[in-house]
Design a protein around this ligand. Sequence first.
Ligand SMILES: Cc1ncc(C[n+]2csc(CCOP(=O)(O)OP(=O)(O)O)c2C)c(N)n1
Ligand SMILES: [Mg+2]
Length: 388
Amino acid sequence: MAPENQDTTRATSGEEVVPPHTPSVMNTGPIDLGHIEVLQILNEHGEVDSGLDPHLSDEILLKVHRAMVLTRAFDQRMLTMQRQGRMGTFAPNIGQEACIIGQVIPLTNDDWFAPSYRSFGAQIVRGWPMEQLMRLWAGFHDGFPPPSHVNDLPFSIVVGSHVLPAVGIGMGMNYKKKNDCIVVNFGDGASSQGAVSEALNFAAVYKAPVVFVCENNGWAISTPIQKQTMNKVLATRGTSHGIPSIRVDGNDILAMICTTQEAVQRAKNGEGPTFIEAMTYRMSLHTTADDPKVYRDESEVEPWHCRCPIKRFETYLKNKQLLTEESIKELLESCEQEVIEARDKFYSMPAADPCEIFDYLYESIPDELKDQREEYLRRLRNKGVNDE
Ligand SMILES: Cc1ncc(C[n+]2csc(CCOP(=O)(O)OP(=O)(O)O)c2C)c(N)n1
Ligand SMILES: [Mg+2]
């Protein structure tokens, strides 16, 4: 934990993050950036740094806690449904709830959010019905468009591809003299994409009101962070573009909220973008199509159980007399119930029309595709699938 009132955690652009290197470290392998502190307000034991405590209202604290518990309940249910063959491929977010929820709490409805695929917790907070998210993950295209009252982009699966468009939205806000901002998140792996560097550069030069949240969860499918980049501190991806940047404990909900809040404020004050590197860990599968046991030693996961973002927040809230063991249990049950209700709504939605896969590519369907469609329908009929 950072000592009280000591502001050494900030990786503002320039010298604080990158100590002046001497010629001897050039061309000799990884550049050692020395010890970089991580902003933490709530530690693993649920103890708050009194000098950094944002003193959020009880109402906000409980709202945030519920969002985290609901996100995990959704996550676990989706995994079960996928294993039952009733859900498509899904990207779990277990252990990253503070990171994903904290980054959208400071946003208003007029602000924008551009998520990557592991962001369903934030989407729920932003107002996406859970049954729609289920529909989306089950592969229905009608699940993808954001609800009309939600200023979000559909989530991006093409790694890092949404970061430039997010900067474009931010530049548009400046052009239209809107006092809003956009939060865009992406992973450690995505941070290596060229388009992400371009996005950082544009945002910096045009002072776009963008908050970049780089979720450093240690892995990009089977590529560990050590093989992702020789740069040990991803926050320097921001500073190298002249963007004020900070590294935070992504499992600390208070640090995530405070940091994003400050970045949002900077954006709205016309001070341009901020880059947040959130240190977290992908505790589960990359997606349900993945088996991490093939490439990672499971003992690596163990210490992260003690860093659970929900557990530490609950300890804090119990110490504040805002929660008890009993109320935590009741809340969990009510969140699970809410997810079950969403699941049942999802199950009662119309089935897919198998013909759709032929419908949208051509204005008028070519003859050979017509033949293929006939054959496809014949095969479906033989399997007992109704094509009416
Ligand atoms: C342009 C592109 N290349 C490759 C992929 C395949 N792919 C999907 S997720 C992923 C890893 C991304 O890792 P990271 O950015 O760290 O995000 P995380 O999954 O850890 O949240 C890859 C390589 C893709 N979807 N898009
Ligand atoms: Mg990653």
